[in-house]
Design a protein around this ligand. Sequence first.
Ligand code: NAD
Ligand code: TYD
Length: 352
Amino acid sequence: MILVTGSAGFIGANFVLDWLAGGDEPVLSLDQLTYAGNLENLASLEADPRHTFVHGDIGDTALVARLLAAHRPRAVLNFAAESHVDRSIHGPEDFIQTNVVGTFRLLEAVRAYWSGLPEADQAAFRFLHVSTDEVYGSLAPGAPAFTEAHACAPNSPYSASKAASDHLVRAWHHTYGLPVLTTNCSNNYGPFHFPEKLIPLMIVNALVGKPLPVYGDGQQVRDWLYVKDHCSAIRRVLQAGTPGETYNVGGWNEMPNIDIVHTVCALLDELRPKADGSRYAAQISYVKDRPGHDRRYAIDARKIERELGWKPAETFASGIRKTVRWYLDHPDWVAHVQSGAYREWVQTQYAA
Ligand code: NAD
Ligand code: TYD
């Protein structure tokens, strides 16, 4: 079996659902259920004997040690993190706690468990750390995309805390021999994405007639990857990646934010036209920029393609259409995540 942390979040939940749809190897899920963790994402597995959910913190060494001893996973996949840049600007503490201290404690618990395994199981064991392209910092227009050799230059509390966790993972391999793998992926989009991130926020706001807040001039560039492609990349790295290596994962799809927002608006015009005939794009509202906003991220994903034969299956056109449809088809999911905590956050972020 495998242990998946952060499994009730956006990418972790997609990963667990896809994993169990594609095979029968059981999954032990560990998630602290922060504002971003939502058990509804895993509701379809409620009666599935292949899935066990545990509510807990990756930084709880005793709990993690107990789980490892009892379930004896062959791999640990670490998705658990505080993940929202804007939240990290308002309050960096949780990011240091989970992304840095939590990853450290998880690594220590895993190292203790791994050291006690028989030699063959030790060699086969993997610790896969899920990270982000944001650790590389910002690219100038026209500069080559990030390769795995690009220096770390994180600019936000979020990316700095993820870079710190990547360094810890690397050191646990180099110093202790723990068989680790790290993936650094570009921006994901798709089902179960919490509606405070760009794409789901635009869909959800558009449908209720609210402004669509575009930071600064909207010309910041991100490389967007459909979440299920990210999940397939992680499965491939787990299966065939070389311990100690990092793999960049991306969609070869650089787009300025404003183009993303226009694409979402055009799809909504087609799939859920407004009764009065007006266009969703009329709701676009330029707002104050994010402090220290990285201008451009771009991933060079040639290593994972060359060495492991992975490339994305989805184009942006097909992935964004599926995503918009998913939000239109799941109004209850949207209503439930828009709880009190979510509303407070929106007030803090967009008050100005
Ligand atoms: P998310 O915020 O949607 O989910 C994070 C999950 O981790 C939540 O379920 C939360 O409850 C859980 N969690 C937080 N702190 C925890 C702790 N201390 N112990 C146990 N569980 C805890 O994030 P996501 O978008 O699904 O991202 C998952 C991972 O992928 C993160 O490590 C993130 O840095 C990385 N990543 C995300 C993107 C993206 O575009 N979303 C891109 C590249 C990499
Ligand atoms: P986000 O989804 O927060 O991901 P990240 O900051 O990790 O890339 O934001 C994606 C881009 O969209 C980023 O450049 C910030 C921008 N953005 C807006 O313009 N308006 C918004 O309301 C949000 C949430 C993001």
